[in-house]
Design a binder for this molecule. Structure first.
Ligand SMILES: Cc1cc2nc3c(=O)[nH]c(=O)nc-3n(C[C@H](O)[C@H](O)[C@H](O)COP(=O)(O)O)c2cc1C
Length: 148
C-alpha cells in the first residue's frame, strides 16, 4: 500500500520557468531518496500537486511543502491509501494544463474553483472526490503514453 495526497495552492506572482525549475530540482532530488513520486501542474498562479509514496515520508515532506513560502492557501483535496502508484517513474512530473486532455483540464480548473470556496472541507464534497478520481484516471493514461 502507498499513500497519495492531492492539493491545490496559490502563488502571489506569476512563477518564472526558473522558479518552477528550482522547485522541481529539489523535489526530484528529495523524492528519489524518499521513494516519493507524483505530478505538479502550474497554471494561473496556482499549483495542483499529486504526491504519493510511503506514508511517513509523504507526511514529513508534505509538512514542509505546506509551509513553503512560495505558495499559500494549500488545500488538500484528497488523501488516502492506494494499492499502486499512478506515477511510478516520475519523481515529480510536470505539466501545463494545456497538455492535458480537455476533460482532465476541466477537472483541474473545477478542483481549483472548489478549493477556493470558503466553506470547502476535504471529503465533504462528493463532487471533489469524483473530480480527483476522473483527473487521476486520465492522467494515468497520459503517463503510460508519455513517460519514458
Ligand atoms: C508547489 C511546490 C511543490 C513542491 N514539491 C516538492 C516535492 O515533491 N518534494 C520535495 O522534496 N520538495 C517539494 N517542494 C519543496 C519543499 O517545499 C521544500 O522546500 C523542500 O522539500 C525542502 O527541502 P530540504 O529538506 O532539502 O530543505 C515543493 C515546493 C512547492 C512550492
Amino acid at each position: 500500500m502507498i499513500y497519495r495526497l492531492v492539493y491545490v495552492s496559490k502563488t502571489d506572482h506569476d512563477m518564472s520557468t526558473q522558479e518552477i525549475s528550482e522547485i522541481l530540482n529539489t523535489a526530484r532530488r528529495n523524492n528519489t531518496r524518499d521513494q516519493l513520486s507524483g505530478l505538479l501542474i502550474y497554471f494561473d498562479r496556482k499549483f495542483l500537486q499529486v504526491i504519493e509514496g510511503p506514508m511517513a515520508q509523504l507526511e514529513q515532506r508534505f509538512a514542509k511543502i505546506e509551509n513553503d513560502l512560495r505558495h499559500s492557501r494549500v488545500r488538500v483535496m484528497a488523501k488516502g491509501k492506494s494499492p499502486e502508484r499512478i506515477f511510478p517513474s516520475w519523481k515529480m512530473g510536470y505539466t501545463d494544463p494545456e497538455e492535458l486532455s480537455a476533460e482532465r483540464r476541466a477537472s483541474v480548473f473545477e478542483l481549483d474553483k472548489l478549493a477556493g470556496e470558503r466553506r470547502f472541507e476535504m471529503g465533504e464534497n462528493e463532487r471533489v472526490q469524483m473530480l480527483v478520481k476522473n483527473f487521476l484516471i486520465g492522467v494515468r493514461v497520459n503517463t503510460r503514453e508519455r513517460c519514458g
